[in-house]
Design a protein around this ligand. Sequence first.
Ligand code: NDP
Length: 406
Amino acid sequence: MNKIINAKILCVLYDDPVGGYPTNYARDDIPKLDTYPDGQTLPTPNDIDYTPGTLLGSVSGELGLRKFLEDRGHTLVVTSDKDGSKSVFERELVDADVVISQPFWPAYLTAERIAKARKLKLAITAGIGSDHVDLQAAIDNKITVCEITYSNSISVSEHVLMMILALVRNYIPSYKWVIKGGWNIADCVSRSYDVEGMNIGSVAAGRIGLAVLKRLKPFDVKLHYTDKHRLPYEIEKELSLTFHESVESMVKVCDVVTINCPLHPETEHMFDEEMISKMKRGAYLVNTARGKICDRDAIARALDNGHLAGYAGDVWFPQPAPNDHPWRTMSNHAMTPHTSGTSLSAQSRYAAGTREILECWFESKPIRNEYLIVDEGKLAGAGAHSYSEGNVTGGSNEAEKFKTTN
Ligand code: NDP
C-alpha cells in the first residue's frame, strides 16, 4: 500500500464568534451515541485531538485536525476567505491535494476552480450535501468527493420540527412582542394555529426526511411523503404514511411541506412559481435542504402576496447570503443562517468523520462506501443512490457580494 506523505490540506471554515473563540461552554458534555438509527456506526477515526462539544467548525476550531496532520508531516491551511479570485482559498487551491469544506460556509468548487487545482484529488464535505462541488467536473477530473453521511441528519430533523412549530404557532412574532415590552395577545394569536390534524408532507424520506416523519408522528398529524424509492411497507404502515408518486400530488393536499432531498440537477428550482401555485393557500414551507431547491423570487412573492403563510429554513443561495437577499426581509419568514447541521453535537461527529476519511486516504485504504459521492470518475456510494450527474454551482460567484454589502 502506498502511504501518502507531505500532502497539503486546504480547509475552509466559517469565522469564529464575533466575541472571539469560546473559552467556556453552556454545557459540560454532550451525549455519547453508539450508532445511527439505521445501525450505521458513528465515525471511527483511530484517535481524536479535541473535546467533543467544543467549537470545531470555525476557523480556530480547525476541525481538531492540526496536530494529527502536522505530526504526520502534512500541511494544513485553514481559512474563511473563500469567495472571489483574490481569496485565500483560490490562491491556496493551486497546489492543494485535499480540500475540506462545509456546506454552512461553502467553498464553491466550480469547474473553473477545479481546472486551476492541478493536484486536487480529494474533496471532503465536513457535513452532508456536496452540491457546492461541481460534481460533473469532479467526475471528469477523477476527484473523489465524499461527505460524512448521517453525521448531522438527526440534528437537521430536530431543526425542522422546531421550524414547523415556530411557523404554525407564530412563535417568532410573539417572542418579539415580549422583547418590545408588549402583552399583545391578539396580535400574537391572529396567525397562530395547532399542528394537530394537519397534513404534513416530506419531499424525500431519506435519513433526514424519515427522521422528521418519525418525530412528527406523536403530534397526531396526517403524514405524506414522496421519494425516488418507496420506503418498506412496514415503515409506511407504522407511521401511517401516504406515498405520492409526484411532488405535485403531495403538495396539493398538504398544510405543511418540508423539503429533505439533496440539491442536484433534478431538484434545482423544484419549488418554482408553478409548483408553489399548486400548494394550498396558507400552506407553510420548511426548507433545510438547500436554498436553490426553491426559486428565490417565487418564494418571496408567495409570502408577500399571502399564498404561503410562512417559510422557514436555514439554507440560502449563495452562502453567505448577500445583505440584500429578499429572504432576509420577506413576510412571515423564520429564517436562520445555515446552522441546523452544525450544532456542537454535530460538529463532533463530522470532525471525527473527516479525520476517519483522511486516515483512510493517507493509508490508501478504501473510504467507507456510504461516505462516497463521486469516486473513480463516477457517482458512487451515497452519491449513486441520491444524486444525478451534472452541476448546480452556477451563480455561486454571487457569494462575493456578501463582502461588498457588509
Ligand atoms: P439522504 O441521502 O439520506 O436522503 C436524501 C433523500 O432524497 C433520498 O431518499 C433520495 O432518494 C431523495 N431524493 C433525491 N432526489 C430526489 C428527487 N428528485 N425527488 C425526491 N426525492 C429525492 O440524505 P439526508 O437525508 O441525510 O440529507 C438530505 C439533504 O439535506 C442533504 O443532501 C443536504 O442537502 C441537506 N442537509 C442540510 C443540512 C443543514 O445543515 N441544513 C445538513 C445535512 C443535510 P433515494 O436515495 O431514495 O434515491
